[in-house]
Design a protein around this ligand. Sequence first.
Ligand SMILES: [Zn+2]
Ligand SMILES: [Zn+2]
Length: 382
Amino acid sequence: MNARDFVEKDFYAALGVPKDASAAEIKKAYRTLAKDLHPDTNPGGEARFKEVSQAYDVLADATKRREYDEARSLFGSGPVGGAPRGYAGGGVPGFDLGDLFSRAGGGAGGAAGAGGFGDVLGGLFGGRPGGGAPRAPRRGQDVEAEVTLALLDALRGVTVPLRLTTTGPCGTCGGAGAAPGTSPKACTTCSGAGVTSRSQGGFAFSEPCRACRGSGRVIETPCSTCQGEGRTTQGKTLNVRIPPGVAEGQKVRLAGRGGAGERGGAAGDLLVTVHVTPHALLGRKGDHLTITVPMTFPEAALGAQVSVPTLDGPVTLKIPAGTSNGRTFRVRGRGVPGKSGDLLVTVVVAVPGKLSKQATKALEAYAEAAPDDPRTHLVLEG
Ligand SMILES: [Zn+2]
Ligand SMILES: [Zn+2]
């Protein structure tokens, strides 16, 4: 068996056990399979028998099993993490595993060039602290923020100051992480390759260099502002324009107003979640606005022209004679700005709590003049 077998073969699948199977489970699975597949009783099953034996040989040995798990987690579809970039699911045309292992095993010595082994590890271990290798421009982070607006501001659009904390390149060291006047040095442990190899059980394993955390570089005198991270958290206040018509919970994306990019990369976006506090009179229903307008009984009965406030100034609403309590009128085009909604005006009869003597007399006279009983229909059965 060679290193390639180690990565390409799924010994767990061969035995039909989960990756976290106990030693006892592995042993039991092997015994059952070995009995079924033994060439003496099952001619033609040699290949499968060999596969099962090979799997058991590794998984039954705690040390070999651990190395197998490590190797697969690093280079294959193993138990830990995902497959590295450009190496999804066991083999990409043109990518040679043997090449990978010969480079890794043969003392990397600074040979981990672009597109080769160093890239694979770079994809695996993510960002490299300490101002390390990746040189490609990187887009800045998207930054999330929340803002609470009064309904009128949300409807009309408003510019609000937003206090944000973002991370950006350290101004003291320019993002290098090394104190001004010094620069990162090549790591002596891995000769700047970012990986070290060790030999165990006849196999060569590569792993990210512990001394430099895979970056290949060591910062001897860290920048005191960013403690060598190369990035700092900065507070800033942005004046943000919220467009008209934004509704509760809506996210406004402001392109390029997020975190700064690195090495010339574009800035991230600012995503502002808008909350809207209710208005005492005006409500919102989708693209429509709503308002409740009181009317007197004589207005409802006789008809009237009433003034109704809208975002663009008052309009006159004609209440026809005989309008019942709670009826809704539509003022076209006076809904949420920029949308096709209307203003929905609901009229309700306002009943005075206290009446003057004159008004009382007049109402009594009215009651006599219009004695119709509005409750004649109130019969549940019959
Ligand atoms: Zn190193
Ligand atoms: Zn710094």
